[in-house]
Design a binder for this molecule. Structure first.
Ligand SMILES: [Fe+2]
Ligand SMILES: [Fe+2]
Length: 307
C-alpha cells in the first residue's frame, strides 16, 4: 500500500475537482425552516414522555421508526469524532482540508434540523435522546479506518448507508414535515457519498491493489457509524425488522451499485498477487452477501404478507 503522503499528493487534483463539483451542486438551506414550530410547547422539568404526546400531523409512528429517528440523530450528534478521524486522515491543508471543514459544516445542520423537528413534535422521548447523546459523545466511539484508503471506502459506504437510512425513515414518518426534514438531510448525504464514491474510484486507478485490499476489508467489517450508541444492537434489530436498513438493503442498495457497478471491482486491472487474492475473497463475500440478502428479503416479504 502506498504511503499516505503520496496518496494525498497524487489525488489532490481529484479532490479539488470533486470539491468544486460539490460546491456547485449543493444548495444552501436553513435548518430552522424545516422545523414546524407552531406545534411546539414548553417541556416542563422532569416531565415524563409518552408516545401519545407526539404531534405528527395526525400520523402515528411505531417503535422501529422511533428507533430509527433516535439512531439517525445520535449518529449526526457524534460529528466531533468523525471530524477528528477524517481530519487526521486527510490533513488540514489544501483542498483536503477545505473539504473536511465544509463537510463538517454541512453535517452540523443535520443534527440541528432533526433535533428541532423531534423536540417540537415530541416524536421520541427527549430524555432518552439526551441521555443517549451524553453517553455516546462522552464515549467517542466511531469506526476508525486504519489507512487513508480504508477511509475512502468506509466513507463512501457509510454516507450512502446514512442517506438510505434517512430516506427510509422519512418515508415511514407519515408527517409531511418529518418527511421533508429527512429528505433534505438525505440529499446532503447523497452529495457526500458521490464525493467519496468518486474519490475512491480515483484511488482505485491510482493504486489498484492497495484499494482492492481496503475494499475487501471494509466490506468484510462494515458497521454503521452508530456503533457507540447505547443499546445500538437493540435499535438496529428493530430498524432491520422494519426494513429501514437491513442486510438486504445493504447488499442491494450499497454493495451492488457501488462496489460492483461503480467501482467495478470484477474488472479492475493492474493488480499484484495480494490485490488478486483480495479480489477473490471480495467476490466470494459478495456472493455470500447476495444469498443472505435474498433470505432476508424473503423473510421480510413473508412476515408482511402474514400480517
Ligand atoms: Fe449527516
Ligand atoms: Fe454526510
Amino acid at each position: 500500500m502506498m504511503p499516505n503522503t503520496d496518496v494525498l499528493h497524487d489525488l489532490e487534483p481529484t479532490v479539488e475537482r470533486l470539491l468544486e463539483r460539490h460546491l456547485a451542486s449543493s444548495k444552501e438551506w436553513f435548518p430552522h425552516e424545516y422545523v414546524p414550530y407552531s406545534r411546539g410547547r414548553d417541556h416542563a422539568t422532569g416531565e415524563t414522555w409518552s408516545e401519545d404526546d407526539a404531534d405528527l400531523a395526525g400520523a402515528k409512528i411505531d417503535d422501529a421508526v422511533r428507533s430509527a429517528l433516535l439512531v439517525n440523530l445520535l449518529t449526526e450528534d457524534n460529528l466531533p469524532y468523525y471530524f477528528r478521524s477524517v481530519e487526521r486522515m486527510f490533513g488540514a491543508d489544501g483542498a483536503w482540508g477545505t473539504w473536511v471543514r465544509r463537510w463538517t459544516a454541512e453535517e452540523g445542520r443535520h443534527a440541528m434540523a432533526i433535533y428541532g423537528y423531534l423536540m417540537v413534535t415530541r416524536a421520541i422521548d427527549p430524555h432518552q435522546l439526551e441521555r443517549g447523546r451524553m453517553a455516546q459523545v462522552s464515549a467517542g466511539i466511531t469506526p476508525d479506518p486504519p489507512t487513508l484508503q480504508h477511509g475512502f471506502v468506509y466513507l463512501a459506504l457509510q454516507e450512502l448507508a446514512t442517506r438510505i437510512a434517512h430516506r427510509s425513515t422519512g418515508r415511514m414518518m407519515g408527517d409531511p414535515a418529518g418527511y421533508e426534514v429527512m429528505m433534505r438531510v438525505a440529499s446532503d448525504e447523497n452529495l457526500h457519498q458521490l464525493f467519496y464514491r468518486d474519490l475512491a474510484a480515483a484511488a482505485l486507478e491510482h493504486d489498484p491493489s492497495g484499494m482492492m485490499c481496503a475494499i475487501e476489508q471494509e466490506v468484510a467489517g462494515f458497521q454503521m457509524p452508530g456503533i457507540g450508541i447505547p443499546d445500538f444492537s437493540h435499535h438496529a434489530a428493530r430498524i432491520a425488522r422494519a426494513g429501514i436498513y437491513d442486510l438486504a438493503v445493504h447488499h442491494e442498495q450499497i454493495l451492488v451499485p457501488v462496489v460492483l457497478r461503480q467501482w467495478d471491482v470484477e474488472h479492475v486491472t493492474g493488480l499484484d498477487a495480494d490485490g488478486e487474492q483480495a479480489r477473490e475473497r471480495l467476490m466470494k463475500r459478495l456472493a455470500k452477501s447476495e444469498r443472505v440478502a435474498r433470505r432476508v428479503a424473503e423473510r421480510r416479504e413473508s412476515s408482511l404478507t402474514s400480517v
